[in-house]
Design a protein around this ligand. Structure first.
Ligand code: MRU
Length: 358
């Protein structure tokens, strides 16, 4: 595993220890998170970020809220779990893994109540569930890496946007997992990382973690993506996702859509790599995905340096949606969904036991 992005420390009471990602790459600092409110803050500030890592953080966030509760009735424990989940659910709106993990925690409490467990036993079950989310994410990254590595050739050159690596998960990442796996298999690869304005996840995080692992990485400004494709330097694009609609539309970091359009123009295959926890069973198409808007200062005064006139109007959506027609394939833990569309995406979701309504 390249880095330990977040872990649960101790037993009970325990706490979450995470890499404070806002400080990377110049400072490597660990942050101890001990309360639900601190976890909401850590997720909002992007101390922990990336859809799967946010899901893991949410599960552990619930534990921070319930771990000291003793002697509650089953109904009281379920009620507290629901309240804590509602609080954590306000941290950020777009990555569906946050809600997927919280729903899973609440469902666990509900099922245990229905099985007749008392409040303390329900709390114990929540520990098992949060740790299961963590461990499943580790296994999922390995599967994504294996399937994705089949699309990578020895000597190939690949472009990625934002950070969908170890720092975004509990293991080797989603979009970066195929690179790690290909390298492990002995393939020589070159990665181009978009810097990813405004918060520079590509420059600060992707470049950093790939360099830690000795993978050849070259940093680009976002506006250089078209140029490297024009020069024939890119074999394929690999990105992660924050939410995938049932028709295969892929929501990811702002700028991903532009990369996908450029890839189509240049005949470069565009792949999204994401676990099934990122597929939203309730959303039929990408236009229904809530897009987070972040403060204007991230654009006008990034990292403490003012780069725009005081008071200028700013539009700062943190994500965009790439329509399924631009996506060559979605790499999920069960394999690659080629040319995704509603039929193929829903089939894979159903096969994984995800219940879909109309
Ligand atoms: O705002 P961020 O840094 O949380 O955005 C992260 C991304 O857009 C990632 O590409 C996505 O979450 C996939 S992470 C495996």
């Amino acid at each position: 595993m390249p880095v330990e992005t977040l872990i649960w420390v101790g037993d009970r009471p325990g706490h979450v220890r995470m890499i404070e990602q806002t400080k990377l790459p110049t400072e490597y600092e660990l942050l101890d998170v001990t309360t639900v409110e601190e976890m909401v803050d850590a997720i909002y500030r992007l101390a922990v970020r990336g859809a799967p890592a946010i899901g893991v953080a949410a599960g552990y966030g619930v534990l921070l809220g319930v771990q000291e509760l003793e002697g509650l009735s089953a109904e009281e424990m379920l009620g507290r779990t629901r309240e804590i989940a509602a609080t954590l659910g306000k941290a950020r709106p777009t990555a569906v893994n946050l809600f997927w993990a919280l729903d899973r925690m609440v469902a666990r409490a509900q099922n245990d109540l229905e099985s007749g467990l008392a409040g303390d036993a329900i709390r114990d079950g929540l520990f098992d569930e949060a740790h299961a989310i963590f461990h499943e994410d580790q296994t999922t990254c390995e599967a994504l890496g294996k399937h994705g590595a089949e699309l990578i050739r020895d000597g190939g050159s690949y472009l990625t946007h934002c950070n969908a690596g170890a720092l975004a998960t509990a293991n080797t990442g989603t979009a970066l997992a195929p690179f790690y796996e290909a390298a492990r298999q002995g393939k020589t690869i070159v990665v181009f990382a978009d810097e990813t304005r405004p918060l520079l996840q590509g420059a600060r995080l992707t470049a950093w973690e790939l360099m830690q692992e000795g993978i050849d990485v070259t940093l680009l400004t976002d506006s250089c993506a078209g140029r490297v494709m024009f020069e024939g330097k890119i074999d394929a694009v690999f990105v992660g996702s924050d939410r995938i609609a049932r028709n295969g539309d892929v929501c990811n970091k702002i700028g991903t859509y532009s990369v996908a359009v450029l890839a189509r123009e240049h005949g470069v295959p565009f792949y999204a790599v994401a676990p099934l926890s990122t597929f939203d069973r309730e959303i039929l198409s990408g236009d229904q995905i809530p897009i987070e808007e972040r403060p204007p200062e991230e654009v006008t005064c990034g990292f403490g340096k003012q780069t725009a006139p005081e008071g200028v109007k700013v539009y700062n959506p943190a994500f965009d949606v790439t329509p399924a027609r631009l996506v060559r394939g979605i790499v999920a833990e069960r394999g690659v969904i080629e040319e995704p569309g509603r039929e193929s995406v829903e089939r894979v979701m159903r096969e994984a036991g995800i219940e879909l309504g109309e």
